[in-house]
Every structure is written in C-alpha cells, then in structure tokens.
Design a protein around this ligand. Structure first.
Ligand code: BTN
Length: 273
C-alpha cells in the first residue's frame, strides 16, 4: 500500500504489520485492539494471565493513556501508534532502565525512514525540539517472575489541530514534520523489528554497544541542561550515560552527579545529534 493510500483512521491489522516485520519472537502474539484504557494496563493484565514473552498489544485509541510522572498521554483514534510489549526474559534488575534507552534508539532508527529524530534522556523522542514520542517502561514482579511492560506512544498522523492547545509548541507528529500521512502498519512493523534486534543485541553483547548507539542519537550531550529531580533542581553539562543508564551531569560547581529520574530542559535549545 502506498503511503498516500494510507487508511488514516482505520484499525491496524496484524497481517498488514507482519509484511513490515522481521522478528522471531517480538509480536509472534500480536493483538490489535480498538479502544482501550491504556495498552500498558492491557499488557500487564495479559502478563498476569500468563501471556508469553514478546506479546504485543496495539490499540487504535486510548481513553486513559499514561505518560511518565503520572501525566496523561493524548491518544486520539486512528492517527497514532500506541503499543505495549511484554518482556519476560530473565533480565537482571539493573537492565530494566536500559529497556527505555533501547526503545529510544529503536524509535529513532524507525522514524529515520521519514525524518531525523533525536533522543532526550530518559524517554523522549524529538523532532526539531518537539516531542514526537515517549516511552513508559513499567516493571512488575521479581526474579524470574519479573515482567517489563514496554509502552511506546508515537504521534504519526495527528494534525496540528489534533494536539491539545497546551501542546502546540511542545509536541509534533510525523505528519506535521513531513506534510503527508505515513502508513502506520509500516511504522509499527519496522519498530518491532528494531526493538527485537536491539533487545537481542543487549542480551548478547551487553550495554556498551547500546550506549554508543544511544549517544549517537542523543541531541543533548555536551549541552547545558536543567533537571527537575524529584527532590530539587540541578543544572550543568550533560556528559553521557553511566553503566546503569543514569545521566551523568557536570554540575556548575564542577562536581559530577548521576541523575536517575527527572525532567530535563536543554538550556540552549535542543539540537540534532
Ligand atoms: C511519556 O513520554 O511520558 C511516556 C508516554 C508513553 C505513552 C505510551 S502509549 C502506549 C503505552 N500505553 C500507555 O498508557 N502509555 C504508553
């Protein structure tokens, strides 16, 4: 199907997605639903009911899409991608934050077919400094029972008027960036392929290659940043990642700080990697 014939507004079909997927285990069980509260919640319920590693849930619309820090994720019907994957592999607990980084790399590589994008730590994907997508990795259980639900929201065919007014200068979509609709099944299929490849690579070769790929796609290294952490605000130069995926920041005082959670503002504007 050509992109100009993209059926904006229709439910994604697993068979259409599979034409664009090169995966072995991710999406082997692929559920494309119409309207749900949150795909992360549906995926968590499926995981609790025993759904296997690699199960993927996609919805046409979400009525209660969730973002990080208790925020909501605007999820109009038939325009964008709302996807959650169940990851059950026996990952060490310190690998869980790396899943967010891995997903950021996979999203940037997927979107590159249409437009260059960049990662903002920890979970944002931006085009021209505006948010195109976000990642919400939630974990449950312990040890061999641990499940990570990896949720990804990507604004694909939303028009400017589909965005709430308060997001007009903060968010974007691929449609807004390139001026034509994209085939959602293609984006979704390609994204699963990139995710599986990066996941398998992390399991086989560890964090170093992922950290290198992340750095090459991140637009904020070497920039002056301000970070609202849960217990205060810090400012300094973003240096890169540490071995656990935390952000290393050289504070204005000269000391180095490891930031594990927070909202980053890039003070001199957000650039390309
Ligand atoms: C963020 O940037 O704060 C993360 C946004 C994550 C949104 C996605 S959409 C699919 C999945 N289901 C949800 O409820 N949230 C994630």
């Amino acid at each position: 199907m050509t992109e100009s014939r993209n059926r904006v507004g229709s439910r994604l079909e697993p068979d259409e997605m599979r034409r664009h997927m090169a995966t072995r285990w991710l999406g082997a069980d692929l559920r494309c639903l119409e309207t749900v509260g949150s795909t992360n919640t549906v995926a968590r319920e499926l995981a609790n009911a025993g759904a296997p590693h690699g199960t993927v849930v996609i919805a046409d619309a979400q009525t209660n899409g969730r973002g990080r820090l208790g925020r909501s994720w605007v999820s109009p019907a038939g325009k964008n991608l709302y996807l959650s994957a169940i990851l059950r592999a026996d990952l060490p607990v310190e690998s869980v934050p790396l899943i967010t980084l891995l997903a950021g790399v996979a999203v940037v590589d997927t979107v590159a077919e249409w437009h260059a994008a960049a990662i903002k730590w920890p979970n944002d994907v931006l085009i021209d400094g505006r948010k195109l997508g976000g990642i919400l990795a939630e974990t449950e259980g312990q040890g061999a029972e641990r499940v990570v639900v990896l949720g990804i929201g990507l604004n694909l065919n939303a028009a400017f008027d589909d965005l709430p007014a308060e997001l007009h200068n903060k968010a974007t979509s691929l449609f807004i960036a390139i001026g034509r609709p994209v085939e959602r099944a293609r984006v979704a299929g390609r994204l699963l392929s990139h995710l599986e490849r990066r996941y398998d690579d992390l399991a086989a070769r560890g964090f170093a290659p992922l950290a290198e790929a992340w750095r090459a796609r991140c637009g904020m290294i070497g920039r002056q940043v301000r970070i609202a952490e849960p217990d205060g605000v810090v400012a300094g130069e973003a240096l890169g990642l540490d071995a656990g995926g935390a952000l290393r920041v050289r504070l204005d005082s000269g000391a180095e700080r490891r930031v594990v959670a927070g909202d980053v503002t890039v003070l001199d504007g957000y650039g390309s990697p």
